[in-house]
Design a protein around this ligand. Sequence first.
Ligand code: MG
Length: 171
Amino acid sequence: MALRVGIGHDTHRLGPDRPLILGGHPVPFDRGLVGHSDADVLLHAVIDALLGATGQGDIGDWFPDTDPAHAGVDSRLLLREVLSRLGQAVEVLNVDCILFAEQPKLGMHKASIRASLATLLGISDDRVNVKAKSGEKVGPIGRGEAISAEVIVLIDRHGPISPPPSGPPSD
Ligand code: MG
């Protein structure tokens, strides 16, 4: 058993006329997160945690936001691509997440977001935990201008990870 840990963090701004998607789960709200992709802040942090645990750089290496191919992309597809490239060499043991949002209140959505994440990762719900914190009315989170996510993942690396076909940039 070769245990490895990775962390991920992401922040996106809230704006009008956008769906709010967290962990692949649509959350009803009058605003959504703004970004080059669908701006799923939680999946972006999960991806960064997985890439961190496997020494594979960060999400910007893999999916540059300057690439028009990623405009408006469903972040579930990005996670799926990372998981497929990591393949059988990686078993996700558990994922713990914190969502920071003043608005909307996420308490009632935690279970659905957890189930969505577990499904996307191909693991049971009991290996995933989702916590929600408000911004205590302080800073951009507390003013309801943005949502952040922090994620830690523990994996068991069974073998070598072959480099992706196109590969993260070497620079
Ligand atoms: Mg992001």
